[in-house]
Design a protein around this ligand. Structure first.
Ligand code: CO8
Length: 258
């Protein structure tokens, strides 16, 4: 595993953990964080011993947004030519499930980063928001798009136009997060979810991720057909034979991820 400047990476039983580690800047996302997170995620994605990835923050923040100090003097031509922050799309190419364990502020790019993940767990201290409007700009890593799809136009407009934060309760009520857990138990709960996913077939979980994500992109009819074709494809895997045999034989399946 590569050495990283802005994150910590460790491995548990069947999963990897990426911890954003710029606590003094509330984990503000600069270009180095982008490089580190996307590289680490790609490495864990390619590691057969890893079935799921946890992405979390440190101390008070998951991530308090893109690094304002880095962007302060950024001009249009530089940002446009470099397609600034398009590199975050690499996270969307990860095939394994990513669990965002949101421990505190998830603002601006931090909220957008959490929304790039597949399962969002929020601690009781999590705070979500798209405060870019306060800086005279707008979300730029998917906030106006993913947030609207996740919680609907009314709430997305409210958050993006006022820049207010919402707490974990409101985020769960709105459908942004899957579960709220006790702050001190957040990482343990995320590990339990990751460990549970690690008991499944990696092929099947990649197919689930692919199918659910297609729901964001297409019509119901096309999406149903896509899902059905993936289901048909799953019948060609050893893991399907093993999973169904194990059920019939009343034993735990031993998936080989093939
Ligand atoms: N960028 C850089 N530094 C930050 C950021 C940030 N986003 N957030 C906090 N920090 C730094 C502070 O500057 C401070 O550093 P220092 O001690 O050196 O002054 C340190 O973190 C602690 O922050 P505060 O003292 O402000 O802590 P408070 O507890 O008083 O406040 C808040 C916490 C409310 C989270 C506050 O820090 C805050 O409002 N932060 C900014 C939140 C924000 O506006 N986020 C959106 C940023 S813009 C964005 O994300 C756009 C993404 C799309 C880019 C797409 C490009 C194409």
């Amino acid at each position: 595993m590569t050495d990283f400047e802005t994150i910590l990476v460790e491995k548990g039983e069947g999963y990897g953990i990426i911890t954003l580690n710029r606590p003094k800047a509330l984990n503000a996302l600069n270009l180095q964080v982008l490089k580190d997170v996307t590289t680490a995620a790609a490495e864990l994605d390619a590691d057969d011993s890893v079935s799921a990835i946890i992405l979390t923050g440190a101390e008070r923040a998951f991530a308090a947004g893109a690094d304002i100090k880095e962007m302060q003097s950024l001009d249009f031509a530089t940002a446009y030519k470099a397609d600034w922050f398009a590199g975050w799309n690499r996270l969307g190419e990860v095939r394994k499930p990513i669990i965002a364990a949101v421990n505190g502020f998830a603002l601006g790019g931090g909220c957008e980063l959490a929304m790039m993940c597949d399962i969002l767990l929020a601690s009781t201290k999590a705070k979500f928001g798209q405060p870019e409007i306060n800086l005279g700009v707008l979300p730029g890593m998917g906030g106006s798009q993913r947030l609207t799809r996740a919680i609907g136009k009314a709430k997305a407009m409210d958050l993006c136009l006022t820049g207010r934060m919402m707490d974990a309760e409101e985020a769960e009520r709105s459908g942004l997060v899957a579960r709220i857990v006790e702050h001190d138990e957040l990482l343990d709960d995320a590990k339990k979810v990751a460990a549970l996913i690690a008991t499944k077939s990696q092929v099947a979980s990649a197919m689930v991720k692919e199918a659910v994500n297609v729901a964001f992109e297409t019509t119901l009819d096309q999406g149903l057909k896509y899902e059905r074709r993936l289901f048909h494809a799953s019948l060609a895997t050893d893991d399907q034979k093993e999973g169904m045999a194990a059920f019939v034989e009343k034993r735990a399946p031993q998936f080989t991820h093939s």
